[in-house]
Design a protein around this ligand. Structure first.
Ligand code: HOZ
Length: 429
């Protein structure tokens, strides 16, 4: 029986000085109940909490730790760079090195600008698309999450929907009116929106594989259809690859799914576990960005040397060891395939969605293809599932609206242990 006394005490103390005791809402376990675990450290595939419990980690810091925690090469890069100073606000060669490497790994992008988070990347990409096209409106999809900038908190997924505020108070009506909403995987609706707003739509922003309403795959032809509509109407197609970038393949979803975007946003894996976001596009678009062009965007910690070192080290590892992607796919597929007979035997309604090392389980009998179908999942079953797994040392995302992210340090033994925990948990659902 796991004990959580120290985590519980630390959570109570944190709540006195930090809203809800956390710096990002999903971490508070509000959607699943109980006390969030507080960590002392993480290594490889494992998380270690303040009460001495060990967990197999299936969130990988929500994506970045694709090679497992505290990879020696990434840690060495950070340590050796730290001795040289941690922030200058003046360029370094490191920024050009990681830019070259990132651009060589992803298809179709000519220039990249580094920022500090996925939120900043998406916010800046939309501003640039507006500056480039001279138009105001954007199309986003219900349940997609592009960070917490105002324009995106309209039917947003992830933590926003987990806590029942997909339309956040504080976002002005003026901002909301420029964000046009469509259903994920509904191309006809996007066509109608374009027709109803001629020459007003600057961009479509989309998660090519949605990871913020659980994991939801694009239907065949959906992304290709968005590509054609953007071409037809002169709008910019922005792929939010904050989750999928450098994860579904070295070249992200663009490579894996064979559809090219005009602009792509990155985060998570690109920073090796330090705060990095980035947005990339062809030069013609990036030329609109300051200091070359008129669209302003800046940041004291952008291109921070520690963050660039961590990101560069992790991208180099991924480039040198492309077999990581096959290995991750195999592990995730094994987990997926072995869960199926256990669920079937239990006779419970379920859907499992997966692509590469992103996956989610939903307790519902209808296919999960968009936000409305994701929201049909039985949350009571999800809560028991989450806590059953946690109590047996498996850390899953503490919300049904988040994706699992596997890391390559997970071993076959860890997968067997996870499936054993899964089998026992199912008996209690
Ligand atoms: N909702 C975020 C991931 N989609 C959670 C981030 C965090 O809590 O660290």
């Amino acid at each position: 029986m796991m004990q959580y006394q120290r985590s519980s005490a630390l959570f109570n103390e944190a709540k006195k000085v930090i809203p809800g005791g956390v710096n990002s809402p999903v971490r508070a376990f509000k959607a699943v109940g109980g006390t969030p675990i507080f960590l002392t450290h993480a290594k490889g595939a494992y998380l270690y909490d303040e009460d001495g419990n060990r967990y197999i980690d299936y969130i990988a810091s929500w994506g970045p730790m694709i090679l497992g925690h505290a990879h020696p090469k990434v840690i060495d890069a950070i340590k050796s760079r730290a001795d040289k100073g941690t922030s200058y606000g003046i360029p370094t060669e490191l920024e050009t090195q990681i830019a070259h490497l990132a651009l060589s790994m992803v298809p179709n992008m000519e220039q990249i600008r580094f920022v500090n988070s996925g939120t900043e990347a998406c916010m800046s990409a939309v501003r640039l698309a507006r500056g480039f096209t001279g138009r105001d409106k954007i199309i986003k999809f219900a349940g997609c999450y592009h960070g917490h900038a105002d324009a995106f908190l309209i039917q947003a997924g992830s933590g926003a929907v987990t806590f029942g505020s997909p339309n956040s108070p504080g976002v002005t009506a003026g901002t909301a009116q420029d964000t046009l909403l469509a259903r994920y995987n509904d191309l006809d609706q996007v066509t109608d929106i374009f027709e109803a707003n001629p020459e007003q739509i600057a961009a479509i922003i989309v998660e090519p594989v949605a990871g913020n309403m659980g994991c939801i795959l694009p239907d065949e032809g959906f992304l290709e259809g968005l590509r054609s509509l953007c071409d037809l109407h002169g709008a910019v197609l922005i792929f939010d690859e904050v989750m999928t970038g450098f994860r579904l393949a070295a070249g992200g979803a663009q490579e894996r799914l064979g559809v090219r975007a005009d602009m792509v946003t990155y985060g998570k894996v690109i920073g090796g576990g330090l705060p990095v976001g980035a947005f990339a596009a062809r030069k013609e678009i990036m030329d609109f960005l300051a200091p070359v062009g008129p669209v302003y965007q800046a940041g004291t910690l952008s291109g921070n040397p520690l963050a660039m070192s961590a990101g560069l080290a992790q991208l180099q590892l991924l480039q040198q060891h492309p077999q990581v992607y096959t290995s991750l796919d195999k592990k995730t597929e094994y987990l997926h395939q072995e869960m199926i007979p256990l669920l079937d035997r239990k006779g419970i309604a379920y859907q499992i969605n997966r692509l590469g090392s992103m996956m989610s389980a939903h307790f519902t009998d209808s296919p999960v293809v968009d936000f409305a179908s994701a929201a049909k999942g039985n949350n009571e079953s999800f809560k028991k599932y989450f806590h059953g797994m946690l109590a047996q040392g498996v850390y899953l995302p503490p919300s049904a609206f988040e994706s699992y992210f596997l890391n390559d340090a997970i071993t076959q033994k860890d997968l067997e242990q996870t499936l054993e925990a899964f089998s026992k948990t199912l008996t209690r659902l």
